[in-house]
Design a protein around this ligand. Structure first.
Ligand SMILES: [Zn+2]
Length: 458
């Protein structure tokens, strides 16, 4: 008895592989990341800023100024990339009409430009990942459609990320479907993204991840300090709702508040960044967004889709939502001269690595369960088999309940049930699926499989 306890203790104390180290890179994903072009991103941002204003209430008829000219240019660029992809990238306008609102003084069409790259594996095609930036801009007043609002950082930077990814990634092939979106009406109240997210839910679209890029181009604080080494990734935990959905409640009953889909998505994004973009650290922030701010990931979260937001490390509010002017020797306005184009390219590389990893990998395992049928010190997990033909196996990951990221992993092969000599009471678990190429899914949080009649516990 004593021997077996000691042996068991030794097993538990044995060093387990740490997951903080980057995984082996997939050469296909490395190639995609290497094709991101800082020069093309700079050119996109300068062109967008040169439309004068892209306010959603600005001119829609002019060919040189206003939001109409801007969106026609975005579509024409994406159409070129669609031709280069052999017609696989599908580009369209996605209009949403709004009659009135607090920042919508007259009936307005908010028109997204959406580029879709359909997945090529039948079992994965219905699984969708969205990357988005908003191409509308605002000067000091959100309803001022006349004044200059170059919006170079907010959010030509995120728009350029989405467009660059559309053009680079449409030259490659993925299992799941990718949607590269640039949306309007963000500054008016998230109208473009809300329209898309509501339609997606109504159509039953299986959006398994949405990456919002908004204000991803400034690396210099108002005091002059420079930080180019990190990007913030905002990831919501428990949704702030009066009545929670059943699946959220079920996860909360076993301490799963940090394992809901947006945080699993954020872990997968940060892991891809560690492997493919070691020069840029993803600093995950466990909240929905910064104080007093919001973004196009909100409507996706509201529809129950996992969505996260990228934003630069330090912000300079003299260059956001400001009329272009000089006051007391200070230049105000969101001008291209304040954008760090090389940094935007780094953020684009992180997005590309994350999206490619997600769209090449199998889906996260479904019906993940942690058996709680009796009191025991082992942990038994089970899940439904994945449908992808290139699926190779499953990996169990776990961490202390107070740790932010996975600490341990065990490859259990191509099975649908596995037992670990680790106490489920002390750790948070996840189940990942991987394919023959080594692409790994985000982790699925196992909900408890309970006995029909719970035992009496004292
Ligand atoms: Zn913005």
């Amino acid at each position: 008895m004593k021997t077996s306890i000691l042996a068991w203790a030794a097993l538990c104390a044995a060093p387990m592989p740490s997951l903080a180290a980057p995984a082996d890179p997939n050469p296909r994903i490395s190639a995609i990341v290497s094709e991101i072009s800082p020069a093309r991103i700079e050119s996109t941002i300068r062109t967008l800023a040169a439309f004068g204003t892209r306010n959603s209430l600005s001119d829609t008829v002019s060919e040189t100024r206003g939001i109409g000219a801007a969106r026609r240019w975005i579509k024409s660029r994406l159409d070129e990339c669609a031709r280069a992809s052999g017609g696989r990238l599908e580009v369209s306008f996605d209009p949403h009409h709004v009659e009135s609102g607090s920042r919508v003084p007259r009936p307005t069409d908010f028109v997204n430009v959406v580029a879709t790259l359909p997945g090529e594996q039948p079992e994965s095609r219905s699984r969708v990942y969205v990357v988005s930036g908003h191409y509308d801009s605002m000067p000091t007043s959100p309803t001022d459609g006349e004044s200059d609002a170059p919006g170079a950082n907010d959010d030509a930077s995120g728009t350029a990320v989405s467009m660059e990814l559309a053009c680079v990634m449409s030259r490659h092939h993925f299992d799941a479907t990718l949607v590269f979106m640039t949306v309007a009406g963000e500054e008016q109240g998230l109208y473009g993204s809300t329209g898309f997210a509501k339609d997606a839910r109504a159509k039953g679209l299986d959006v398994q991840g949405m990456l919002d890029n908004d204000i991803v181009g400034n690396t210099r604080s108002a005091e002059g300090a420079i930080d180019q080494g990190r990007v913030r990734l905002f990831a919501q935990g428990v949704p702030p709702m009066k009545e929670l959905p059943d699946d959220v409640l079920a996860a909360l009953r076993t301490g799963g508040e940090n394992d809901l889909p947006p945080r699993q998505l954020a872990r997968a994004v940060a892991a891809a960044a560690r492997t493919y973009v070691p020069g840029l650290r993803v600093q995950t922030v466990w909240r929905r967004d910064r104080f007093l701010r919001g973004g196009d990931h909100f409507p996706f979260l509201a529809e129950g889709y996992p969505a996260v937001r990228f934003t630069e490390p330090v912000e300079n509010w003299n260059h956001q939502h400001q009329n272009v002017r000089v006051e007391n020797g200070i230049q105000y306005g969101d001008l291209p001269e304040f954008v760090d184009f090389g940094y935007v390219a780094q953020v684009a590389r992180v997005n590309a690595a994350a999206l490619a990893s997600l769209a090449l990998a199998p889906a996260a395992p479904k019906e993940a369960r942690i058996e709680a049928l009796r009191l025991e010190s082992d942990t038994t997990l089970s899940w439904a088999p994945n449908a992808e033909p290139d699926l190779a196996g499953y990996r169990i990951v776990w961490r202390a309940t107070t740790a932010p990221d996975w600490e341990h992993a065990k490859d259990v092969g191509n099975v649908t049930r596995a037992t670990l000599h680790v106490s489920k009471d002390d750790y948070a678990f996840g189940i990942e699926a991987y394919d023959r190429e080594g692409n790994v899914s985000p982790a699925a949080y196992p909900l408890p499989l309970l006995p029909r009649r719970p035992p009496v516990v004292k």
